[in-house]
Design a protein around this ligand. Structure first.
Ligand code: ADP
Length: 477
């Protein structure tokens, strides 16, 4: 049952019904009441006119009793039976001189209305509880332009007959009510259907989208402004998912390509060995060296991929310790120096102060190694690589600059992307995987740091890292 009223259509229908039934009920009572009021008003006026006429006749003599001729009495009797009421005539000393019921003849009649009538005030009243219209009028006798009140006429008439008239009217009004209600119910259902239609259209299209129909264009659906706004936001979410899906597809195809390249090389090398007879020992050695190098490369790619996946996990935790950064840099340089010396590249460290910071030594070491490694790899004979370390009260800064081959301006924004290399052939020659800078940046970000690259093509490159000295977990409470 609750589910039925959860639907927009039934809610609109129900609201429309409630809103429209109320005026119908109100209208019913207004019509019946005003009809009743109208009947009473008309009857009151009629009785008032009749009373006035009787009063004129009763005022024909100085003593009211003298006016009560048999003619008048007959008229009074007839009126009282015709209007289903009672007529009393009171004389100047408050005695009842005529009673159509003949019940209180001769008795005194002292009431507020009678008193007022003697002072010239007419009284007219309708009481719905007793269903009686009452008229109390003074009787004037005029002699030589002088008016004198010689008595009072009391006329009370039942209105019970009105109920019969009302019943008939009520029946007719009820019929109109019923017709109106049927129309309103139909209209409410139609309104519910009509108003909820744009929402149902959206639900239908979203269902189609869910079912995998790619031709669905949420932004093309015409609906209410509010729903269109929701659709626009959903469209953006859908687009983001599509982009994510695309980038994942790209990533998978890149990974496959990267993994296949060394294997293809190994295969070509092995095939060419198999295809030759009587190969010299030296050639064998050369080929096997190349094969070993390619296998190494494959291993490196897998290693980098695993590192990347581990760093990309949401709950990646750093093993934070207080580390002497000067020592860390010296150790890294010690490892890379022999490679630099092979090409006579000068490798220097300039420390402006002793720096200890809260870092993950292994991971940060890997990030800095990648940068210095690159500075050596993408350098020239007799070039230099300068590493400097500085700090202020909040951060420490490492700058790695070289006078190597540099990075073209249009490539600079992409160097932190996965698998991006400026020169694929050269990167492969030097054993690069294209993942180094991506991994480096992920590690710096995990340390809440920033990394920036500046480069001039053909002249050299500089990377600057800024990392907080104290590691304070962010995002948590
Ligand atoms: P790779 O494994 O190919 O070195 P990286 O992610 O470490 O991948 O670097 C991406 C690309 O950025 C490199 O292929 C190279 O073209 C460029 N690059 C990185 N560091 C330097 C540098 N110091 N000088 C010139 N080019 C660089």
């Amino acid at each position: 049952m609750k589910r039925v009223f959860d639907s927009l259509k039934s809610r609109i229908t129900l609201s429309m019904l409630l809103i429209s039934i109320l005026p119908v009920v109100l209208l019913h009572f207004i019509i019946v009441n005003s009809y009743e009021r109208n009947l009473i008003d008309r009857r009151t006026l009629e009785i008032h006119q009749r009373c006035n006429r009787i009063c004129t006749r009763l005022g024909g003599n100085a003593e009211i009793e003298d006016s009560l001729t048999s003619d008048i009495v007959e008229i009074l009797n007839w009126y009282s039976s015709a209007y289903g009421g009672r007529i009393l005539v009171v004389n100047s000393v408050f005695h009842i001189v005529y009673d159509s019921y003949n019940a209180d003849l001769g008795k005194q009649c002292i009431s507020d209305a009678v008193f007022k009538a003697f002072s010239g005030t007419e009284y007219s009243d309708y009481q719905s509880s007793t269903e009686f219209i009452s008229e109390v009028l003074p009787v004037y006798y005029t002699e030589e332009d002088e008016e004198e009140i010689t008595g009072v006429l009391l006329f009370s008439s039942t209105t019970s007959w009105i109920n019969d008239a009302l019943e008939t009217v009520e029946e007719e009004v009820l019929l109109i009510d019923a017709v109106l209600l049927v129309i309103l119910v139909l209209l409410s259902f139609y309104a519910g259907y009509l108003i909820s239609r744009p929402v149902r259209n959206v639900a239908y299209e979203v269902d189609r989208l869910n079912a995998g129909n790619t031709d669905v264009d949420l932004s093309a659906i015409h609906s209410y402004k509010e729903i269109n706004e929701i659709l626009e936001s959903s469209e953006q979410v859908v687009q983001k998912f599509q982009e994510l899906e695309k980038s994942q597809e790209e990533f998978v195809s890149n990974v496959s390509h990267e993994l296949r390249t060394p294997i293809t090389s190994v295969r070509v090398l092995a095939d060419s060995l198999i295809g030759q007879e009587n190969i010299e020992e030296e050639v064998y050695q050369d080929f096997l060296k190349d094969i070993s190098y390619e296998v190494d490369r494959e291993a490196r790619i897998i290693e980098d991929l695993l590192t990347m996946v581990r760093l990309g996990k949401e709950n990646t935790r750093l093993n934070i310790q207080t580390v002497n950064i000067n020592e860390l840099l010296l150790n890294i340089l010690k490892v890379i120096r022999p490679i630099a010396e092979e090409r006579n590249i000068e490798l220097t460290l300039e420390s402006f102060r002793q720096v200890t910071a809260d870092v993950d030594e292994i991971k940060l070491g890997q990030a800095i190694s990648n940068l210095i490694d690159n500075a050596v790899k993408y350098n020239r004979e007799d070039g230099y690589v300068r590493v400097s370390l500085d700090a202020d009260t909040e951060y420490f800064y490492i700058r790695i600059s070289d006078n190597g081959i540099g990075i073209p301006e249009d490539s600079l924004p992409h160097i932190f992307d996965r698998f991006y290399r400026v020169d694929k052939a050269r990167s492969r020659e030097t054993g690069g995987t294209g993942l180094g800078l991506f991994i480096t940046r992920s590690i710096i970000l995990l340390h809440y740091g920033v990394i920036k690259a500046e480069s001039t093509d053909g002249e050299g490159t500089a990377f600057t890292i800024r990392i907080p000295l104290r590691h304070v977990e962010q995002g948590g409470v």
